[in-house]
Design a protein around this ligand. Structure first.
Ligand SMILES: [Zn+2]
Length: 176
């Protein structure tokens, strides 16, 4: 893109600095929400005279596109060679985090079903660690802790919890 239409409207602020049209300004309509506002370059950038907005030093720095590995030229904080690569990369990151959440939710659901498979009497029952593990219970996944005034800590999955007792026994409880 050559000279931006706004260039003439930008005043000169001093003899040592001059305004230049930002060379990589991309025209993004305000209704296009696919582009982050902070990624849009200003129409003009104040730079020391004789220097381009992108210095020679920056140009020398070898940075690789996070998606395809191609050398990226331009601003120091530029991470991608193209919008295509930026989108592809961000989509992958989002997908990974969704997989993580789905996997954790599955583990929590499985743990909950296991606790729910015990028949409770007066809202509680006793079992062993071995029995829980045999059913596939994973002690790493809980939703919350509850510590009583006496200092006992219950581990909860939603409204079902367990309290470690002596000798690898566990009390399973239901919160009313
Ligand atoms: Zn790329």
């Amino acid at each position: 893109m050559g000279i931006s239409p706004n260039e003439k409207m930008v005043p000169s602020i001093s003899s040592r600095w001059e305004w230049k049209a930002a060379p990589f300004f991309s025209m993004v309509p305000p209704w296009d929400t696919s582009v982050k506002r902070e990624n849009i370059r200003p129409l003009a950038t104040a730079v020391p005279k004789g220097l381009d907005p992108i210095t020679k030093e920056e140009n020398k720095m070898q940075r690789k596109c996070l998606e395809c590995g191609v050398e990226v030229r331009g601003r120091v904080d530029k991470k991608f060679c193209s919008d295509h690569c930026r989108n592809a990369y961000n989509n992958k990151v989002n997908k990974d985090s969704k997989n993580l959440i789905r996997n954790i939710n599955n583990r929590l659901r499985k743990n909950y079903r296991i606790l729910d498979s015990f028949k409770l009497k007066d809202g509680k029952t006793k079992t062993t660690r071995t029995r829980l593990i045999d059913k596939g219970f994973d002690f790493e996944f809980i939703t919350n802790l509850y510590t009583t005034k006496k200092g006992s800590t219950y581990y909860f999955l939603y409204d079902l919890g367990y309290l470690p007792l002596e000798n690898d026994y566990y009390m399973i409880v239901k919160r009313e």
